[in-house]
Design a binder for this molecule. Structure first.
Ligand code: NOJ
Length: 739
């Protein structure tokens, strides 16, 4: 058996190597025919004029440049009809090199999945991979070759609007999700009709923008970079990611776009990345504003020398690269390498064999939002909803309720549910299930469901309160749907205040004063701050943005058709002043043992140290008991491992899923170590009364970290082993030793 597996692996490796050599030969045969101008053309990417995802220059006659072979890729051209039309123009160029069509397919294409941060809350890697798979199937059927996803930036600052696009604050969870998304997008292999190239972004450290302000600078130690911010990129690369995107920020004073250390030394050097790097939108030209490059020529030179292969929208390569090569300032070999990397992907995608391979109207029709895609989106959405509070088991909704009021600015909204970075389907929103529609269709016909808006999302007027109070008073229970608008998070949407916008919390207070019990549903692209609501309301559901199946998924959870199982992938602060706040911080020399232990301690004098909700937190309609933690041994040598087992029992009335989380703490290190770090988890499902044994393996890898010489090592010593239901809810612990 083992022999057969080895033979199969060898065969696969040899076949892949042979295919690569063949592709390399074909790439070289094209490269030999190309003029310098045509080579630079391959490195140039434009957006379509109609749909922009950044500041458009839009001055130039693109058709003409396409015909002259001066464009290698387009973004934001979507749909079979349009991609076919633009490809047709590009194929009129001398060498007929096909274009690559890229698009931000971030969380679904037409079938829209929850925003990535919400998906991360599911801790369900198979569902996340499936979501990316569906997105790829639809995008590929719609003429797209390449998605600018996944974003794998670690996000520890909820003011940063882009936390919605990542997997949250944790490196371990983020790395697994990064790999799952790449596998989902790229499918079995590039070149298949349903595979799109992934683009891992933003390389690197973009998530640590100072003050949570988008595009801002990043100043970070190398150790922090390697230990916390780089691993998800490496995981995505190991999963086979075809391309990378660099980032807008400067890192320790060098813009990422011109950062040789990141792109040449780490990515293409140490990690041997053979795909290509695209700049972020205009980031090459923006190095002038950074104060790094004096003009466009200097920017182009720094970027290409640092390893940025394709110029998205800044036109710096188009305008300067030919001259730079002719003047000897940029070696031709550097340009050739970038072109090779891009052509190789075009070959791997099969575009030289058939440039219209992804252009089939019938397939497009069948793929978009079909029944199985809708089912996957609903499944992902219900798994993304976090139950934050549920006093007196107010949820799931009791069958005895006959008069329910559904109140708030988001109840009847349709497109809001898609969240930021969703692909708009102009003139069609019929496929999006609003929260009202989902709940109305699910509740029995004889349950009265009444509605009042109460206020708009950012309203300052209380004009709608009276009507809302009237509706609330006539009901047995009120469900309120409040939150941000979809465009309050996302790119360029950093916020200094994370409170519920407008008068929404005032509306919650007013409805609460009626005495009717209230369930609050919060829609957002980031952790918000809602202290009064958290303290006073009996039930709170965090729904993020759930996508096109939002209404159905929310109804699944509210009615108990699905028992919520999601866990927060990011810490929720009590106040903006606590930010950045994350669970895996260092201890300091003066840790505060509690909120009353403040004297000369590392604490705030005016606020608790604890978060509002901790990383890994999320409730279920049932309860789980953890016990019987057993280790096969308590001491291990570097080459050994410790096997750890515990029992988890469903002690409530509902079947449910639990994310069992393993945290470790290295008590003393040659550099200080975090108070705890997630090292593994299992999502298990249990019937009422059922017990399951959960096993974890602790090996040297799990005990390792980067020392001050950036060596990945495990140091002998004592480690705390903690298993729990959240980072602040450790149920069983032990101590082990590495000898
Ligand atoms: C800028 C964003 O930072 C990036 O993530 C995105 O892919 C590009 N614009 C293209 O829209």
């Amino acid at each position: 058996m083992i022999n057969r597996i080895i033979i199969a692996i060898l065969l696969l490796v040899t076949t892949t190597a042979a295919a690569q050599t063949k592709i390399d030969r074909r790439v070289d045969s094209v490269l030999r025919l190309m003029t310098l101008e045509e080579k630079v053309g391959q490195l140039n990417q434009y957006t379509a004029d109609g749909l922009a995802t950044g500041p458009v220059s839009g001055d130039d006659r693109k058709d003409e440049q396409l015909r002259q072979g001066k464009v290698g890729s387009m973004l934001n051209v979507k749909g079979v009809k349009d991609t076919r039309a633009v490809q047709t123009i590009a194929l009129q160029s001398r060498l007929r090199i096909p274009l690559l069509f890229g698009q931000d397919v971030i969380h679904g294409y037409k079938t829209t999945f929850p925003i990535p941060l919400a998906e991360a809350a599911s801790w369900d890697l198979a569902a996340i991979e499936k979501a990316a798979r569906v997105a790829a199937v639809e995008a590929a059927a719609s003429g797209i070759h390449w998605t600018f996803a996944p974003m794998v930036d670690i996000g520890r600052d909820p003011r940063w609007g882009r936390v919605m696009e990542g997997a949250g604050e944790d490196t371990y969870l983020g790395s697994l999700i990064a790999a799952a998304r790449v596998k989902g997008f790229q499918g079995k292999r590039l070149g298949d009709i349903d595979a799109v190239m992934a683009c891992v972004k933003h390389f690197a450290a973009y998530g640590a923008a100072i003050g949570g302000r988008d595009y801002n600078s990043v100043d970070m130690s190398d150790r922090m970079l390697w230990e916390t911010y780089l691993p998800p990129f490496k995981a995505a690369l190991d999963a086979g990611a075809a391309t990378f995107m660099n980032s807008f920020n400067d890192l320790n004073g060098i813009p990422a776009t011109a950062n040789r250390y990141l792109q040449r030394d780490i990515l293409k050097g140490k990690w041997k990345f053979s795909g290509f790097v695209v700049s972020d939108w205009g980031s090459i030209g923006e190095m002038i504003a950074h104060g790094y490059s004096a003009d466009g020529a200097a920017a182009a030179k720094s970027a290409i020398l640092a390893g940025s292969d394709m110029d998205m929208e800044s036109r710096a390569y188009r305008d300067h690269l030919v001259t730079l090569v002719k003047k000897g300032e940029v070696p031709l070999s550097i340009v050739d390498d970038a072109v090779r990397r891009i052509l190789r992907k075009k070959f791997e995608m099969g575009l030289f064999d058939d440039p219209f391979k992804f252009c089939n109207e019938e397939r497009e029709q069948q793929a978009l939002n079909n029944a199985s895609h809708k089912a996957a989106a609903r499944d992902m959405a219900k798994k993304s909803i976090v139950l934050l509070k549920n006093e007196n088991s107010l949820l799931p909704l009791s069958d005895t309720l006959k008069r329910i009021a559904f109140i708030g600015p988001l109840v009847k909204e349709v497109k809001q549910n898609l969240g930021f970075w969703s692909i708009e389907m102009p003139d069609d929103s019929s496929y999006i299930v609003s929260q009202w529609q989902g709940l109305r269709e699910r509740l029995p016909a004889n349950t009265q469901l009444t509605y009042a808006k109460g206020c708009g999302i950012a309203d300052t007027s209380r004009g709608g309160f009276e009507e809302a109070l009237r509706v609330a008073k006539a009901s047995q229970l009120v469900i309120m749907s409040v939150g941000e608008s979809r465009d309050m998070s996302g790119e360029a949407h950093s916020r200094a205040s994370l409170q519920l916008p407008g008068v929404q919390e005032e509306l919650i207070k007013a409805i609460h004063a009626t005495g009717v019990p209230v369930v609050v549903v919060i829609n957002a692209g980031r952790p918000l701050i809602f202290n009064w609501t958290a303290d006073n309301m009996p039930a709170i559901v965090y729904s993020w943005w759930l996508g096109s199946e939002a209404g159905n998924a929310l109804a699944d959870v509210l009615t108990g058709d699905y028992n919520p199982s999601a866990k927060l992938p990011m810490t929720f602060p009590r106040a903006e002043g606590q930010i950045p706040i994350y669970y895996n911080h260092f201890n300091t020399g003066r840790p505060a043992a509690s909120d009353s232990d403040r004297n000369y301690k590392s604490a705030y004098t005016d606020l608790s140290l604890s978060p509002r909700y901790a990383f890994g937190y999320g409730l279920s309609y049932t309860t789980f008991r953890y016990d019987n933690l057993q280790l096969d041994k308590k001491k291990m040598k570097a080459g050994e491992q410790i096997s750890l087992q515990l029992k988890v029992t469903n002690t409530g009335k509902y079947a449910g899923e639990e994310v069992v989380q393993l945290y470790l703490r290295d008590r003393f290190g040659s550099v200080v170590r975090p108070v705890k770090e997630l090292k593994d988890f299992r999502k298990i499902s249990l019937q009422p009364g059922e017990t399951k044994t959960v096993q974890f393996i602790i090996n040297k890898e799990k005990l390792s970290f980067y020392n001050d010489k950036l060596q990945w090592i495990a140091e002998p010593g004592v480690f705390d082993v903690m298993v729990g239901s959240a980072s602040d809810d450790i149920r069983v612990k032990e101590v082990i030793e590495l000898m």
